[in-house]
Design a protein around this ligand. Structure first.
Ligand code: 13P
Length: 340
């Protein structure tokens, strides 16, 4: 393991004006996304969809890294270039999701634990050989009447720490993702309370496992009211609550925080990131690692048709550009008027 390499990869991922594309949907998730546009999920449709995204002209201006799925890191362009090589040639860092999804936490109804630690050391060596420079692991925390429990938060924090330590040992920068879900009718205060508790469990666990905080990134949810909450929040409220929560729980030695979009619309996710960066004077880079918020408009335009590739790529470029501007707090609604 080379400490300097970890630090420099982490810093490249949060370079000014750039962020990460999460294109690591598992078989189940990509099927759900394709179903929405009436497209069958096959090895070939998944491959050509990812090729369309990764070959978008100019995307490297705003995209620093792409998180791939196990199948995707082994796939190639129609011309035969492996995806990790294609991305590297554009100056984009290839990464890989290494968790194997969630399962019910025994004796804790309604709560989940993430699997994938068994055999992870060997898989990390293989991924590094395939070109990966960073990894991701997602833990899921659900808010409900008596949830989350301390046990669920703690068990997930420990799994995140073990994943992160194994990644650094293999020379890969871990993206630690404890996601507090937006599902439910809770208010923004409850989300803030739970997010703070989760982060205050994760960071001591990372230190306990001797993690190099300078060589990792945090991928949290933004602090938002539940989707079914009767009281939705303003952009300013979300920005303030999220930054307050992070300041209370994320050490300044962490180089960057890359948000997930979690079910926000693409425009909301951009507005919120922009408002946080506009506050200024933050100890870490605040960036994005969006899946749906970068892909939804492009997938709707593409629909699996070769003839739609150009418009789909223009839409992807546009969302990446808007989020790139949000990194500087310089996004404006007028930018949406230029949407293709
Ligand atoms: P969303 O931005 O669609 O929430 O996906 C990000 C991600 O990688 C979830 O693990």
């Amino acid at each position: 393991m080379n400490r300097q390499e970890l630090e420099s990869v982490a810093q490249r991922l949060v370079a000014k004006g750039k962020g990460i594309l999460a294109a690591d949907e598992s078989f189940g998730t990509i099927k759900k996304r394709f179903d929405a546009v009436h497209l069958e999920s096959t090895e070939e449709t998944r491959r050509s969809y990812r090729e369309m995204l990764f070959t978008t002209p100019g995307s490297e201006e705003f995209i620093s890294g792409v998180i791939l799925f196990d199948e995707t890191i082994r796939q190639k362009t129609a011309e035969g270039t492996p995806f990790p090589d294609l991305l590297s040639r554009k100056g984009i860092l290839p990464g890989i999701k290494v968790d194997q999804g969630t399962t019910d936490l025994a004796f804790f109804p309604g709560e989940k634990i993430t699997e994938g630690l068994d055999g992870l050391r060997g898989r990390l060596v293989e991924y590094r050989g395939l070109g990966a420079r960073f990894t991701k692991w997602r833990a899921v925390i659900t808010i409900a009447d008596h949830l989350p429990t301390r046990t669920c938060i703690r068990a997930n924090a420990e799994a995140l720490a073990r994943f992160a330590a194994l990644s650094q040992e293999a020379g890969l920068v871990p993206i630690v993702e404890p996601e507090v879900l937006m599902d439910g009718s809770h208010d923004i205060q409850r989300c803030e309370e739970v997010t703070e508790a989760a982060l205050k469990s994760v960071f001591p666990e990372l230190s306990e496992h001797r993690l190099i905080l300078e060589g990792m990134l945090l991928k949290p949810n933004m602090v938002l009211p539940g989707k079914k909450s009767p009281r939705q929040a303003t952009v300013a409220e979300v920005a303030e609550a999220t930054v307050r929560c992070l300041r209370r729980s994320v050490p300044a030695s962490v180089p960057g925080i890359v948000f997930l979009s979690g079910g926000q619309t693409p425009e909301q996710a951009t507005r919120h990131l922009n408002a946080m960066n506009a506050l200024g004077n933050l100890p870490w880079e605040l960036s994005f690692s969006y899946g749906r918020a970068l892909q939804d408009p492009t997938l709707k335009a593409w629909k699996g048709e070769a003839g739609n590739v150009s418009i789909a790529q223009q839409r992807f470029y546009h969302r990446a550009k808007c989020n790139g501007a949000a990194r500087f707090g310089k996004y404006s609604e007028e930018m949406e008027a230029q949407a293709p």
